[in-house]
Design a protein around this ligand. Sequence first.
Ligand SMILES: Cc1cc2nc3c(=O)[nH]c(=O)nc-3n(C[C@H](O)[C@H](O)[C@H](O)COP(=O)(O)OP(=O)(O)OC[C@H]3O[C@@H](n4cnc5c(N)ncnc54)[C@H](O)[C@@H]3O)c2cc1C
Length: 440
Amino acid sequence: MTSVISAGKTETWTNWAGDRTCHPQAIERPTSRGQLVDLIGRSAASDRQVTVRGSGHSFTGAPLTDDVMVDLSGLSGVIDADLDSGLVKVMGGTVLADANRELDRLGRALINLGDIDRQTVAGAISTGTHGTGETMPNLPAQVAALDIVTADGEVRTFTEDDGDEMIRAARVAVGSLGVISAVTLRTAPAFNLHREDVPIPLDQVLSDFDELAAANRHFEFFVFPYTETALTLRRNPTDRPPAPRSGVERFISDRVIENGIGDLALRGLKRVPDLIPRVARFSSRFMTQSEQIDTAHRLFVNYRTIRFTEMEYCLPREHGLEALTRVLDLVREEKMPMGMPIECRVLAPDDAMLSMSYERSSIYVAVHQHATAEWRPWFEQIEQIFTEYQGRPHWGKRHTRTAAELAELYPEWDSFQKVRDELDPDRVFTNEYLREVLGE
Ligand SMILES: Cc1cc2nc3c(=O)[nH]c(=O)nc-3n(C[C@H](O)[C@H](O)[C@H](O)COP(=O)(O)OP(=O)(O)OC[C@H]3O[C@@H](n4cnc5c(N)ncnc54)[C@H](O)[C@@H]3O)c2cc1C
C-alpha cells in the first residue's frame, strides 16, 4: 500500500492515497520495545524529531516527517489476553485486521469498527477513528490502558484506574505524546452481524433518521450528490448462523463493480465533469438491496481499492442532517464535480480530551473525491458549512483548521496541552501537521 524507496541518504514515503509524500532522514524499524526505547532516547538526545507512522491511511500530514520516522510493523501481535475481563493487550503496530483475526481465535471481538481494517491499532485510535451507532463510541473509547514510550525514554502505562487524566489525553493524541507501544482493548464475546443494505429515498432517510438510528445498532447511509436515493446500511448483532455472500458474488460486487468499474468511471469523468450528475443518477438506480450474516468484523469493514481523498467533520447530532442537506444543495448550486458518495454516520459521546465526539452525540459527514480529481476548492467551501455548526474535523482527514480555531472547539484543550508539556516539553514528537493543529 505505502512505499519506501531508498534515494541516497533520504527515503521517500507515500501515504495510502498516494497524494502525501515525505523524505525522512531515517526510517527506524524496531523489533522490540527495548530497541524502541533506545531509539527514542538517542533521537531526543540528538535533538531529532520523531513521528510514528501506522499504515499511512490518514489523509492529513499526521504521519509525515522529514526527520526520524518510526515504523512499528515489527511490534505486532497479541501480548496478553484475560478472557474473564475481556481485556486483550496488543502491540501498537498490530494491524486491525490481524487483531480481529486473533480476537476471533480467542472467541472475542471489538464491539464496533470503522469502514476498513487496514489501519494499525495505535494509528487508528490516535486520530479518533470511529464506526457508526448511536449507542457506540469510537475506537479510542474501547481502550482500557496504553503503554507509551515518552520523550525521556521512559515507558509509561496509563490506565483508567490511576486517575483518568493521562489516559483521556493519550487515547486521541495524533502521535504528539510519544510512541504507543501497546494497547489494552476492551473486547466483547465474539458475535455475528446481520447486515442489510437497503436503498430508500433520501427524504425518507432524513425524516426517519432518529427511528432508523434507534432501531439499528449500527446505522449509516451513503448518498451520491445530485441524486435522491440513499443506500442505508443496517448492521445488528444476531444469533443466526453465518450466511455470507459467495466468493463469486463478493468478487463481482466489490472488486469488479464497486472498485473496478467505479474507479474507471471516476477517472473518465475527470475529463467530462459535466456528466457527473447524470452518471450519478444513473448509478444510484443500481443500488441494490442485499443482506448477509457473518462474523462481525467481516461485515463492519468494506473492500476499498479506489484511491481517494476525504474530509470528514463531526457535527453535534442535532445539526448534522441540516449540515448534510446544505452540503448537498451547495454541491448542486455550485455544480461541483463530485462523483463519489457522501457518507453519514452517527456516534455516541466519549471523554477523550481531543476526541471529535468529546461529550457530544454526533453525526459524522464525510465527503470524498477521487485521488486524481481536484478537491481543494470544493472541500474548502463545504468546510465553511461544517464550521458554522461547531464541527470538529477528523484528525486524519483533510481540513484547514489551525490550533487557535481548534482550541475553541475542545473544552479540555488546555488540559491536553498541559499533559503534552509534561510528557514532551522539548517537542520531540512533532511535525508540520502537529505544529499547525496543536501549536508549537
Ligand atoms: C480507505 C480508508 C477508510 C477509512 N475509514 C475510516 C473510518 O471508517 N472511520 C474513521 O474514523 N477513519 C477512517 N479512516 C481514517 C483512518 O482510520 C485514520 O486516518 C487512521 O489514523 C489511520 O491509521 P494508520 O494506522 O494508517 O495511521 P497513520 O495514518 O499512519 O497515522 C495516524 C496518526 O497516528 C499516529 N500514530 C501511528 N502509530 C502510532 C503509535 N504507535 N504511537 C503514537 N502515534 C501513532 C501517527 O503519528 C499519526 O499522527 C479511513 C482511511 C482510509 C484511507
